[in-house]
Every structure is written in C-alpha cells, then in structure tokens.
Ligand binder design. Structure first.
Ligand code: MRU
Length: 359
C-alpha cells in the first residue's frame, strides 16, 4: 500500500505493472478524498474484493480491472497442462463475473477475454502464449478506453454553451474509467477548449461518489464546481442555474433505457419538469442490446450497513429495515441524448441506438 500527495497526484486509477507475472495497482477510491492510497493486487481475490467494495468502481474501470484480474488469476495455473489451464480460466472468469451485477462493461470485458482465449487456443498457442494474449487484450481494453473517453468528451462538448451550468450525479470521471471519464470528459473537454462552465455536483447518497470523487476531480482540475446535497437539485434547477444534466451509465438497453447510480432517475424527472436536457454519456461497451428495455437490467442490492452506518458513523437504528438498490433505470423518454464515442444518439429510439451501436 502506498500513499501519494493529494495536491499533486493526477488520477491514474488503474495500472498494470510487469508482464503476465505482474500485478495490478489501483487507487483505493474508498479512501478519497482524504487519502490517495494505491493498493497492489497480486491475486484475483484482492481484485474481486476491490470491485465488490468499490475500491475500483465506475462501469469502464470495473471492466478494465476485471480484465487484468483474469491475467492475475491465471498466474496460479501458468505452468499447468492445457486442460487445467482452461478449467482455471473458466473458474476465474466466473468468479470475477460474480463481483457486481449491473455494470455490463464487466461482462463485456470478460467476454472479450473469453474470445481471446478461444482464438488463441484454436490457433494452437501454448498456455504461456495464451496468457500473453490475455494480457495484450486487457492492455488493449485499457488503452482503448482512453481514446473512447476523449471522443465522448469531444462529442459532448458540442452540446454545451459557454457559461452553462451542468449538473452531474455520482462519479463518471477519470476515476471511473482509464483516465478521462465519460460525463466528466465533457466538462474536461470544455475546459481544454476554454469554454467556461460551472458544474453542480450531487453528493450521491449513500456512498457519496459525487462529493468524495467528482468534487475531488473537479477541484484537482480547477473546474468551477459547487457541491449540493441530492435533495437540493430541484431548487437549483428552479433557480435557473442548470442548463444541462450529464451523468454516466452502467448498462443501456436496446431502447435506450439507462441504468446508473441510484438517484439518476429522480434527477432526470426533475430535469424534465424544468425543461432542462438530460444526457447520458457512455461508451458503446455500456450498451446491452440483448435487453430490449431497462426492465431486464439486474439491479445490485447492497449491504444495509452502507445506510445505517453511513461512512462509518451510525445514522439509523441497527434494527431498522433498509432497502439499498445501488442503481435505478432512467427511461429513454427522459433522455435528450446519449453521448457515445461514435456520436450523440438523439432522439433516443431503438432505431437510433441500433444505428450508432452497430454502425
Ligand atoms: O456504484 P458505482 O460507484 O460503481 O456506480 C458508478 C456509476 O453509477 C457511474 O455513473 C457509472 O458507472 C458510469 S462511470 C463512467
């Protein structure tokens, strides 16, 4: 475990050090904004725990971490015969797939590694060569996400006028991706283009990804930002301070219904009531075209302790019943556009989703 200077460190949330016998280094996001701690993950159990406990979080970052998790998990079978190597691969993939259910990027990344494994085996590669191929694919997914996020930023920035106030919910920033974010990529690009904006940040109960992570990233980049409690969004909209809402997504169905952090649906309803465009910013890897609508998106239920002991302090009686869904689904009808690396899907219809995602 290493710590770094909070003032000077740039977020590099995921780093793989070495070759197939290497290890994964993650920022422990549960410690931000107080401490910037890097954790070294040298076995797949540590990576599973890091995903489960939100030390690494955000849909694209979960996918990247899981891809490297497979590489690390295969170290235990590195010198085994093919049959054992293959059975270990299936075990590791299934294990990582059980860490969190909603972000489809996790399953997308694991599917990519499955395809890599199958192709490498089919072409007669040795177990060591297959392991190399898995690492190369994980690195590709990681590097590609940097380009994808920048393209999302460029497309999204075209929707923003100088002087706009933008509300965001949860954290869809550099920490949630390879390094540049999805929703926050739009704001970072506006800054790079010299377009002045002001970001309003929902604190995002119960785990405070907005106040702990998004506010931290915006402060680091010196983008003007104001933190609000989740229940203040309606008032801030009514005061005319919000011109657009942009959030990320964890899974988008074929009709554009989008799952994102709990509370996003409410923000979208508020935006509709105030005539403010609500945008989702997400990569193509966040679409799940196997689901016709958002009805089928699995919603993660999390431990009641996150609400009863909010941030470690008891805030409710231990015996009270708690409902703690981590995500909700915003219907496509409330979404003005989905900003992807291939352009903005608008209006959000099944036809337009299919055209952009498959195109
Ligand atoms: O539970 P989390 O913190 O992983 O939830 C994250 C979100 O809801 C993000 O908005 C989403 O994954 C998009 S990240 C680019």
């Amino acid at each position: 475990m290493t710590t770094a200077n909070l003032e000077t460190a740039a977020p590099d949330p995921i780093r793989f050090v070495g070759q197939t016998d290497g290890h994964l280094v993650l920022i422990d996001q549960t410690k931000l904004p107080v401490e910037l701690i890097h954790i070294e993950c040298r076995d797949v159990e540590t990576i599973w725990e890091a995903i489960k406990m939100l030390r690494v979080r955000g849909a694209p970052a979960i996918g990247i971490a899981a891809a490297y998790g497979v590489v690390v998990g295969m170290q235990a079978a590195a010198d085994k015969p093919m049959a054992e190597f293959e059975s270990r691969f299936d075990e590791v993939v299934e294990y990582l797939a059980g860490s969190r259910p909603t972000a489809v990027n996790l399953f997308w990344a694991l599917d990519r590694l499955k395809a890599t494994f199958a192709a490498a085996k089919e072409s007669g590669k040795t177990t060591a060569e297959i392991h190399d191929a898995l690492l190369a694919e994980a690195r590709f997914i990681h590097e590609d996400d940097r380009q994808v996020c920048r393209a999302i930023g460029r497309h999204g920035a075209e929707l923003i006028e100088p002087g706009n106030g933008i509300l965001t919910h949860c954290n869809a920033g550099g920490l949630a991706t390879a390094d540049y974010g999805t929703a926050l990529a739009v704001m970072f690009t506006c800054q790079d283009q010299g377009k002045e904006i002001h970001v309003f940040v929902d604190e995002t109960r119960p785990l405070l990804q907005g106040s702990r992570l998004t506010a931290w990233e915006l402060v680091q980049r010196k983008i003007p930002a104001t933190l609000i409690c989740d229940n203040m969004a309606a008032q801030v909209m009514k005061e005319g301070r919000i011109n657009a809402v942009i959030t990320g997504a964890d899974r988008i169905a074929a009709n554009g219904d989008s799952a994102n952090k709990i509370g996003t649906y409410g923000v979208a309803l508020l935006a509709k009531a105030h005539g403010i465009p609500f945008y989702i910013a997400a990569p193509i890897s966040t679409f799940d075209l196997s689901l016709p609508t958002g009805e089928g998106i699995p919603i993660e239920q999390r431990d009641p302790v996150e609400i009863i002991h909010g941030m470690g302090k008891q805030t409710a009686p231990s015996e009270v019943q708690v409902y703690n869904p981590a995500f909700d689904v915003t219907p496509a009808g409330l979404i003005a556009g989905i900003i992807t690396e291939k352009g903005v899907i608008s209006p959000v219809t099944p036809e337009n989703v299919a055209k952009v995602v498959a195109g």
